[in-house]
Design a binder for this molecule. Structure first.
Ligand code: IMP
Ligand code: MG
Length: 181
């Protein structure tokens, strides 16, 4: 338990657990792409992935570049609608490149299921998803995930990039708000 922004946060994954998982994912990616000809580009889905992506790229000892894409999906406050809009475009063409799309969490899967075909139209050499977290019990759309950090129960998680109403991204670990009332 830790107090942060006057809330009581219970740890789900500690800083050490996150570091260990990120280095494991980085090593897997390094192994999978070490003999690949095409340029490797890691694309972070804004904003939740920015901390995970920053740590992940430092765990991959290969030439690579980084880009970001912003998406928003309209629906009620707690669930994606399936209508995904690009709010921040990629800065460079992904044609002929090996793409790893980096997400903080795949929840219903609706965002990724809409984003993947949009990116596939741009003819990358390959495209895979790397997500730090996933909530299998909430899945509504099928998303092929090549790299998964942790599966989590149906609880709203915060920290390490993940927000609640824009806050808590700077919490160094992943936790759950246990504040009463
Ligand atoms: P999906 O389209 O339902 O898979 O939603 C994915 C997006 O919803 C993620 O990229 C997050 O930004 C957000 N999200 C889903 N669950 C959580 C959570 O438990 N904490 C913080 N953000 C979440
Ligand atoms: Mg997100």
């Amino acid at each position: 338990m830790r107090s942060f922004e006057n809330k009581t946060i219970e740890t789900m994954f500690s800083v050490a657990q996150l570091q260990e998982k990120v280095s494991e994912l980085g090593q897997k990616i390094e192994k999978d792409y070490s003999n690949s000809e095409a340029e490797l580009v890691l694309i972070g889905v804004l904003k939740g992935s920015f901390i995970f992506l920053a740590d992940l790229v430092r765990a991959i000892d290969l030439p690579l570049s980084v880009d970001f894409i912003g998406v928003s999906s309209y629906g009620d406050a707690t669930e994606s609608s399936g209508k995904v809009t690009i709010t921040h475009p990629l800065s460079k063409s992904i044609e002929g490149k090996n793409i790893i799309l980096v997400e903080d969490i795949v929840d219903t899967g609706i965002t990724m299921a809409a984003l993947l075909p949009m990116l596939e139209k741009e003819k990358p050499a390959s495209i895979k998803v790397c997500t730090l977290l996933e909530k299998p019990s909430r899945r509504k759309a099928d998303v092929p995930m090549a790299y998964i950090g942790f599966s989590v129960p149906d609880q709203f998680v915060l920290g390490y990039g993940l927000d609640f109403a824009g806050h808590f991204r700077n919490l160094p670990f992943i936790g759950v708000n246990k504040t009463d009332g």
